[in-house]
Design a protein around this ligand. Structure first.
Ligand SMILES: Cc1cc2nc3c(=O)[nH]c(=O)nc-3n(C[C@H](O)[C@H](O)[C@H](O)COP(=O)(O)OP(=O)(O)OC[C@H]3O[C@@H](n4cnc5c(N)ncnc54)[C@H](O)[C@@H]3O)c2cc1C
Length: 436
């Protein structure tokens, strides 16, 4: 079986590795001439680590500078007081089966890229897909230069601004700006220590994530690269020009947006000399992700807002599961035997993944409400509710962040074993499958 993937982001690379380890030939078309991962740091929650374990790279994460988060703390925006401490480290492994890591995005990307290349995946850079053709049995992708690439399957892993999706659905699927944007910046830990701020010094050196929640905004702060670098993500209302999804930010404007926040955080922001900003967009849930022999995955099919640190994890899960399902089919016969069943497998993938990604997308939106509450009685109620959290026993809560069942569903779900079961069940229900 031959597969063409559009996009060498985290989702596309994960799919490529998963397919290649099933013995499937894979080519990736990436529009950028050089792979330059944007965004400084990224969290890999336990379910993301589970996907990486299936891809055979989880054990190299620490070597690449990934840090085990030993706690995630929610704080009040104005004075930084701790509202809820979520114990991590061994607790994550005990409760969810895997650790929760933070890593430099470039290190994460390179880890997947190297593994894909090692497994024989062909990556064509500077190839912008402009068209997808869905002839029965063979799908083909046309790139800007006019060249065509054919495969038994085409996977659109081309992110939130996916053109594959437009070809697939034949409707305008332009993402909708939420009105929020994210600033991202990094700091050397020596620069942070040079501020000689006692409170800040208490955070440096600890492998913990801190999240400040405030009116219409929140801030996330965590270490990268063994603690030598710190990452800050600030989410707040803001606009970017309609034709831009990222831009160079105005440092003064950024500081001004957080002028009434924890003095410690303001001191940190005082160190920023340049900053990048991202427009945060989303999309209504899609009716379908597949057409004939083509499918979209990751942000192309279910863009997830960064209020739950799950977008990339879901894209990588998609890639791992899709590779597994197509691999099971591939093992049943030659491409001539199996190609008629590919649309069925892609629909199975869609059914299997959609429920989970939709819960996740909605969970992130709910977190936005809780993180961004305006001062007033609702905040008092929220803070009281957070204060009553017991991480050992289920506490009734309306907030997914401290809802143990919700957390377990998102972080512990064994999507690999369940995908194998789903494939077995699919084989039994496909009447004509016996012909294979
Ligand atoms: C501020 C912020 C913080 C975040 N933090 C986290 C976090 O901590 N944890 C987490 O799990 N997620 C996080 N996310 C979400 C995460 O970044 C995305 O969900 C994830 O990168 C999606 O991966 P993807 O592979 O689907 O798409 P992308 O990463 O967008 O990759 C798409 C690829 O396709 C290429 N491409 C696009 N069009 C074409 C074309 N026509 N032809 C060829 N190639 C094309 C692009 O160049 C790109 O390489 C965050 C997002 C933001 C904005």
């Amino acid at each position: 079986m031959d597969v063409v993937i559009i996009g060498a982001g985290l989702g596309g690379l994960a799919a490529a590795i998963s397919l290649a380890q099933e013995g499937i030939r894979v080519q990736i078309l990436e529009k950028t001439p050089k792979i330059l991962p944007v965004g400084a740091g990224i969290a890999i929650p336990p379910n993301g680590v589970r996907a990486l374990r299936h891809l055979g790279v989880a054990d190299t994460l620490r070597e690449k500078g990934a840090i085990d988060m030993t706690a995630i703390n929610l704080r009040s925006y104005d004075d930084g007081r701790e509202l809820l401490r979520r114990p991590g480290g061994e607790e994550f492994v005990k409760n969810y089966g895997e650790p929760w890591f933070s890593i430099r995005r470039a290190d994460y990307h390179n880890l997947l890229l190297d593994e894909a290349v090692r497994r024989g995946v062909k990556i064509h850079l500077g190839m912008e897909a402009t068209g997808v053709d869905f002839a029965a049995g063979i799908a083909s992708v046309t790139v800007k230069s006019g060249e065509r690439f054919e495969g038994h399957v085409v996977i659109g892993a081309d992110g939130i601004w996916s053109t594959t999706l437009e070809h697939l659905l034949e409707v305008d699927s332009t993402p909708i700006p939420t009105g929020d944007m994210a600033y991202r910046a990094t700091f050397q830990s020596e620069a942070l220590l040079s501020l000689k701020n006692e409170k800040l010094n208490g955070l440096i050196g600890k492998p913990e994530t801190n999240i400040w929640m405030g009116p219409k905004s929140h801030a996330v702060f965590y270490p990268l690269k063994g603690g030598s670098v710190y990452n800050v993500v600030l989410v707040c209302p803001g606009k970017l020009p309609p034709d831009k999804s990222t831009n160079i930010g105005d440092v003064a404007e950024m500081r001004n947006a957080f002028a009434s926040w924890d003095p410690m955080l303001r001191e940190v922001l005082g160190l920023v000399s340049e900053v990048l900003m991202w427009k945060l967009c989303h999309r209504e849930e899609l009716v379908k992700w597949t057409r004939a022999n083509a499918v979209v995955i990751g942000n192309a099919s279910h863009p997830t807002l960064p209020y739950q640190q799950q977008g990339a994890a879901m894209a990588v899960e998609d890639g791992a599961v899709l590779g597994l399902l197509l691999g099971r089919l591939n093992a049943m016969g030659t491409p001539e035997d199996t190609s008629a069943y590919i649309p069925g497998i892609l629909s199975l993938f869609e059914r299997f993944r959609k429920r989970r990604t939709t819960v996740n997308v909605r969970g992130a939106i709910d977190n936005q409400y809780i993180f961004h509450m305006e001062d007033g009685p609702d905040v008092d109620r929220r803070d009281e509710m957070l204060g009553q959290t017991n991480w050992e026993t289920q506490t009734p809560t309306t907030f997914s962040w401290n809802d143990l069942q919700y957390q377990s569903d998102i972080l512990s779900f064994d999507f690999i074993t369940e995908a194998e079961r789903a494939f077995e069940a699919w084989c039994k229900t496909e009447e004509s499958y016996a012909r294979l």
